[in-house]
Design a protein around this ligand. Sequence first.
Ligand SMILES: [Zn+2]
Length: 65
Amino acid sequence: MPIFEYECGGCGAAFEMLVRSADVKVACPGCGSGEVAKQFSSFAVAAAERFTSSVGTGCGCAPTG
Ligand SMILES: [Zn+2]
């Protein structure tokens, strides 16, 4: 799910909103103003890309004796 970062033009508060569509109406949770500017945050994408599980690939160098 896409998480967009907004910055309120009224009070200047920055907040993140989980929206389904990029065309959805977003209001500031602080002052309720609709004058919000959408920021393109990269942390959400970076966090998603970090979820690549590479665990389980053992080297198989177990000593057998
Ligand atoms: Zn605000």
